[in-house]
Design a binder for this molecule. Structure first.
Ligand SMILES: CSC[C@H]1O[C@H](OP(=O)(O)O)[C@H](O)[C@@H]1O
Length: 358
């Protein structure tokens, strides 16, 4: 199956080349495909904050390359570059609060720096680490896609209709996608009749990004309002809700795009299985439960405007962009280390002790 999946890799959001980080500007997709080149940590931090690049794994990968850019600049400045680099680590860490992949990637880059051998070339080491983070996410995507398909086969044989939320595809990751990677693989294996994609207000990752990715590959996708999801589960033969994650805590609670929690409640009510797909870089064993996850609130203008056009009255707008789904509403968490069905603290701890499967 892996070869079939590799052949299906079409879109990418991140490109490290000629010593610069090139990001596909996701604020203007699907209407424009515009790449922006970044050569500074400050630029990458702003790209993450303003969602030029978004998606938990993609944010972490971009931040890792941001540290390479920062180290190059600090070394060129002269002086104690190691100390001054801390400022760039903090700048990138402050870009968005919820996706733990950002902090996982920055910690991994810092750890590489701290393990530098005497007389080693710091730039070469940091660049190799960032590329390894990128490549390992791509590999994790492929492993999770195969595991997710096996899980669907185990429970359904064929997945008639799947509902998904936000964008968890190539645009949110280092390659094939997390939840959307499972959906892509299931389609390739002839197991998907239709994908229902929540538009995912207010930033419209579903209608602008997921619908674009799936339509480009001939995967049957129907766009729906977020508020139609429960009715679709009730009337359209949906067998799985498959979503991504931005942070999974030690007990299996999952922070993901706002609207995920209500999908899980509705899935439980309608007997629809609920799958979360995320690499282990999304698992934060330092947090006991989802109550401790910082939930990003963005500018209310994102609710009051679409495409720069006002769509709401002049009132205060509350715009939390993530919510937390409790573990007891989740049927399975699929990672590159394996699957946890009916997650709990003990099972999550066992998972994190495992090696990657591929
Ligand atoms: C592959 S995980 C993508 C994850 O990130 C999204 O959030 P955002 O678009 O705000 O970065 C959403 O929560 C997705 O599930």
């Amino acid at each position: 199956m892996r070869d079939r999946l590799l052949a299906a890799e079409k879109v990418k959001a991140i490109d490290w080349r000629d010593g610069a980080l090139h990001l596909l500007d996701q604020r203007v997709l699907p209407f424009e495909e515009n790449w922006i080149a970044y050569t500074s940590a400050a630029g990458v931090a702003e790209a993450i904050r303003s969602m030029v690049v978004r998606g938990a794994p993609a944010i972490g990968i971009s931040a890792a390359y941001g540290i390479v850019l920062a180290a190059r600049a600090r070394i060129a400045e002269g002086g104690d570059w190691y100390a001054s680099l801390e400022e760039d680590f903090m700048l990138l860490a402050d870009s968005r609060p919820t996706a733990v992949n950002l902090f996982w990637a920055l910690n991994r880059m810092h750890d590489r720096l701290d393990r530098l051998k005497e007389n080693a070339d710091p730039l070469a080491a940091l660049e190799a680490e960032a590329i390894a983070i990128h490549e390992s996410d791509r590999e994790a995507n492929l492993t999770m896609a195969q595991l997710g398909v096996d899980l669907i086969r185990k429970h359904q044989g064929n997945a008639q209709a799947i509902l998904t939320h936000c964008n968890t595809g190539a645009l949110a990751t280092g390659g094939f996608g997390t939840a959307l990677g499972v959906i892509r693989a299931a389609f390739i294996e002839g197991m998907v009749e239709r994908v229902y994609a929540d538009e995912t207000r207010p930033w419209l990752q579903g209608s602008r990004l997921t619908a674009w990715e799936l339509a480009n590959e001939g995967i049957p996708v129907t766009l729906n309002a977020d508020s139609a999801a429960a009715h679709i589960m009730k009337t359209k033969g949906v067998t799985w809700v498959i979503v991504g994650a931005d942070r999974i805590t030690a007990n299996g609670d999952v922070a993901n795009k706002i609207g995920t929690y209500q999908l899980a409640v509705n899935a439980m009510h309608h007997g629809v299985r609920f799958m979360v797909v995320a690499p282990s870089s999304t698992i934060d064993m330092n947090l006991a439960s989802g109550d401790d996850i910082p939930i990003e609130e963005r500018d209310g203008a994102e609710l009051l405007e679409v495409g720069g056009k006002r769509v709401g009255a002049d009132v205060e707008a509350f715009n939390p962009v993530f919510d937390v789904t409790p573990a007891d509403l989740i049927d399975a968490i699929v990672t590159e280390k394996g699957i946890v069905e009916r997650p709990d603290t003990a099972k999550m701890a066992q998972l994190m002790c495992r090696k990657r499967l591929h």
